[in-house]
Write a protein that binds this ligand. Sequence first.
Ligand SMILES: [Cu+2]
Length: 440
Amino acid sequence: MKLLILLVIVVGVIAVAQLAKIYQLSARLRGHREEEISEADTRLQGALLIVFMLVFFGTTIWQFVRYGDYLPPSASLHGESVDMLMDYNMALIIIVFFIVNAALFGFAYKYRYNKNRTAKFFPHDNRLELIWTVIPSIVLAIIIIYGLQTWTEMTGPASDDAIRIELYSKQFDWTARYSGDNEEFGATDYNLITPSNPLGIITQEGIDAALLKLNGKISKLENEINSEKSHLLSEKKEIESSLHPEGNHGHGHSDDHEISADHKKHLEHRLQIIDGILDSGSATILSEAAYEAKTDKIYRLERHIQRILELNPYELGQGIDAWTVGKDDRIVKGEFHLPLGREIEFIFRSRDVIHSALMPHFRAQMNTVPGLPTRFKMTPTITTDSMRTILDNPDFDYILLCNKICGSAHFNMSMNIVVETQEEYDAWLTKQKVYISENN
Ligand SMILES: [Cu+2]
């Protein structure tokens, strides 16, 4: 079937080429020069350009009417400025769009080929140059200055009573962290990330547990390596040959190979251990590659332990220990809450790749970068309930999205946001899970 379709296409192309050739030949027979274009031709082309322009303008206007309002009103303080900036840019683009396209198609029609018209030589005009340099400069300067102002509004230092929330991204979900009563986040380190400590919060308990687990892994691997059969056999052979030298260098006076009594005792002891393992049947058999892989794994686990041991406790000032304050941090998954009218400072972290935290209803977005915390602040101005009323949609929810194509399940990387009154927020927060609670 596919072959048939291909065949039809190929035959079609050949037919069109042949027709074109016939047309050329017939034109030559009629004494018509190929490159000669009649006034009727250009009039038709010009009129078609005008028609195209009208359809182009029409669909553009229709799209603005149909899709122009794709976001509900801004739900944050700085969002007003972002929207203003967006509207200003959009207005500029629309004006320029209509002027440029009207000129493009209009002139193509107006100055279509005319035998009686001669071209005017018009190389330079200072006034024109000035106009199309100065006007865009002013317009662009407004965009840049206004844009920078709005940017500073979002990224400037947060006030002292701002609520700080950490948003942690990884492939493929978000975790929010609220500080406990001490209003400080505990220090974190990627070496301590485990299934039960996904954010890598540093606590003495976490360090002890991680070291215990790593040491357990190492001793298991060491056990497998130390009882590997072929390595044990070759070691046995080596020991035996040094205990009982063959005496290839003459009869008995091989002084160089004489071994000390101590060393001999040591070797004999080792030989006993090896025989013990081999006799007990607990020896493992590993391929050379598997043996090397396990040796390598031990090396990496030992380095991991080393990195954890190098973590140093430090003070956050005023006698607050960065290793202890993490215990009462609150870890929140699935959805997180914000109090209405309070300034929120977000701190973003990423475990693996660059993600981007987008909260479209608050007109806010920031990249989350592994190893480099980023931040911005904002103040929510409309509660979820009010927004549901405004939009007449009882199912509406504010949302946090990942806006960077970060992998296969990127589309699924979102978290609902609930904006509510301070009382509701306080009640919700006390119910959230504490990282290491007093009871366990
Ligand atoms: Cu992502």
